[in-house]
Design a protein around this ligand. Structure first.
Ligand SMILES: [Zn+2]
Length: 186
């Protein structure tokens, strides 16, 4: 298996392209239409493919593809059914143009991820894509990073901050028994 150590997280990063739905390793890198393809295992249309960096998921969107709402929700179901809270980077660097329909799919994806307390970061936006989000005032709705490395760092540092805050919460719960802080206990 082709793995490298990711300098960002110190965890293993897989360079293999996988079906985002069934995780089957793809024997090919999906091409944009008219050569677009479906997963040879589950038949899911490969509007994106996935890679993993530690427990982070990178979805690389294939240029010119357009998933249906149902296909986006199928992917969300899979991401959210994995047990752990997914942290997802959506890499748009191959995408040269986004229609309002495609932006709506990204919004749907982001909403479901956020509703599950998970996090999604967009990266690799070309100027025309960034402009499309800005025009529709959606650039504030999304977390946007310049490139994949920045997106991964942002998700990693968020995780460390969350872990630290959990540790601090536990420690403060031990230290502060709060005998007289709550007036109801006086
Ligand atoms: Zn598949």
């Amino acid at each position: 298996m082709l793995t490298t150590t990711n300098p960002l997280s110190g965890t293993s990063a897989s360079t293999l392209c996988r079906c985002p739905l069934c995780s089957t390793v793809l024997s090919f890198r999906p091409h944009p239409p008219p050569y677009d393809a479906a997963c040879q295992e589950c038949g899911y249309p490969l509007w994106c493919f996935s890679r993993t960096v530690g427990d982070l998921i990178v979805l690389e969107v294939v240029s010119g593809t357009m998933p249906t709402h149902k296909e986006v929700h199928r992917l969300c179901d899979t991401l959210l059914a994995s047990g752990s809270v997914p942290r997802v980077v959506v890499d748009l660097s191959d995408v040269e143009f986004v229609s309002s329909s495609f932006v709506a799919r990204l919004v749907a994806l982001n909403k479901r991820i956020q509703a599950a307390d998970a996090r999604l970061v967009l990266c690799g936006l070309r100027p025309v894509v960034r402009e499309a989000l800005h025009t529709s005032r959606l650039d504030e709705f999304f977390d946007i990073a310049e490139d994949e490395a920045t997106a991964l760092t942002s998700l990693c540092s968020l995780r460390r901050a969350e872990e630290l805050s959990q540790v601090l919460d536990r420690e403060s719960a031990l230290i502060w028994r709060r005998p007289a802080i709550d007036p109801a206990l006086d």
